[in-house]
Design a protein around this ligand. Structure first.
Ligand code: KG4
Ligand code: ZN
Length: 352
């Protein structure tokens, strides 16, 4: 098993490299560089072509810097773990081609990693005791996944979004409110000054099942924005009403899954898990039921440490990618099964 794994992440607008060093069970994060691409801010969203170009120019220096932080030369690296998908295909390609070239030229091992599996492993970087079974809620700009995780690498999909991802809803509502991109942090900041009683928005699909839908909520906010005669006055209250609705839906379904499975741990991951109010609400609602495992914000947003950690796990199982590894915008989560949840197991956690 490799002792030093270099991780590379370029699926969206962060160029990142990380170095994991150490023992089989709990590798140490020895170096991590995350370069957030500023260029997209003026466009109000990620421009794929610009993202690819920025990865291309920054990645070699980002990798060198991560190795320097770890105090290691490239020659010390045993394996390269890289995000294979999902994401922007041009952006992914830069990382995949670079990782393949490094591994091939240096005769090192190579492993392609699913971006969301990376998010799932992020809390394990800081919490070596974290182990399945657990329920995971992965909430990012592109995905909203509620998973039953009986073992690392085995995933039962309980529910996903039917339309917008949770992070996407934050970004779109931020745009409606005239806030910058990415919208999540701006909404969270503004919501902390908002009155929760001013706007009460719908909680789509909250009271049944495990699936999510956020596009109707976004439209409800749009209507309220259009109806407002003083947006400057209402903006914090709108942000608060929206955030309360999203978080209530997310946490209600997480709680439902925890009760149905009887697991004692719930993992939160993905960029939206940087939201302190989400983490606090989950801890409060699951108190006495399950502990909430969540990484610190730097490791929840896109980064290569989580990719190296998930790659580490797969390498430890003896998995390797070959030189045909290719970027895939729609890569399915490996080990994913869809299960029918018996109706009897699904009940509203609000009801007795
Ligand atoms: O996982 P991530 O960094 O990238 C993707 O894989 O998409 O997630 C980015 C998403 C964005 O939609 C961003 O607005 C959201 O995470 N986000 C937040 C917060 N910080 C980032 N959403 C709510 N509250 C936050 N504090
Ligand atoms: Zn992500």
């Amino acid at each position: 098993m490799a002792d030093v794994v270099l991780g590379i992440e370029t699926s969206c607008d962060e160029t990142s490299a990380a170095v994991l060093v150490g023992e089989r069970r709990s590798p140490e994060l020895a170096g991590l560089v995350i370069l957030s691409q500023d260029v997209h801010k003026v466009f109000g969203g990620v421009v794929p072509e610009l993202a690819s170009r920025a990865h291309l120019s920054a990645l070699p220096a980002v990798v060198d810097r991560a190795l320097a932080e770890a105090g290691l030369a490239w020659s010390a690296v045993d394996a390269v773990a890289v995000t294979q998908g999902p994401g922007l295909v041009g952006a992914l390609l830069v990382g995949v081609v670079y990782a393949k070239a490094l591994a091939y030229a240096g005769d090192r091992e190579l492993i392609g990693v699913h971006h969301m599996e990376g998010h799932l492993f992020a809390p394990a970087l800081e919490d070596p005791e974290l182990a399945p079974p657990f329920v995971a809620l992965l909430v990012s700009g592109g995905h909203t996944l509620l998973l039953d995780v009986p073992a690392w690498g085995r995933y039962r999909l309980l529910g996903a979004t039917r339309d917008d991802a949770a992070g996407e809803a934050f970004d779109k509502v931020a745009a409606l409110l005239g806030l910058g991109y990415p919208g999540g942090p701006a909404i969270e900041r503004l919501a902390s000054q908002g009155d929760p009683r001013r706007f009460s928005f719908p909680r789509p699909m909250r009271d049944e099942g495990y699936e999510f839908s956020f596009s109707g909520l976004k439209t409800a906010v749009l209507r309220a924005v259009r109806a407002s005669d003083d947006l400057d006055r209402d903006r914090p209250h709108l942000a608060r009403g929206f955030q309360d609705a999203v978080l209530d839906v997310l946490v209600t379904k997480l709680e439902r899954a925890v009760r149905a499975t009887g697991y004692r741990t719930a993992v939160l991951g993905g960029g939206v898990a940087c939201n302190r109010t989400l983490v606090e609400l989950a801890a409060q609602r699951l108190s006495g039921l399950a502990r909430v495992a969540v990484a610190s914000p730097r490791l929840n947003a896109d980064n290569a440490a989580m990719i190296a950690r998930a790659g580490w796990h797969r390498l430890a199982l003896g998995e390797r990618s070959d030189w045909t590894l290719d970027a895939r915008a729609d890569l399915p989560l490996p080990g994913l099964e869809t299960v029918e949840i018996p109706q009897s197991a699904i009940r509203n956690p609000q009801s007795p």
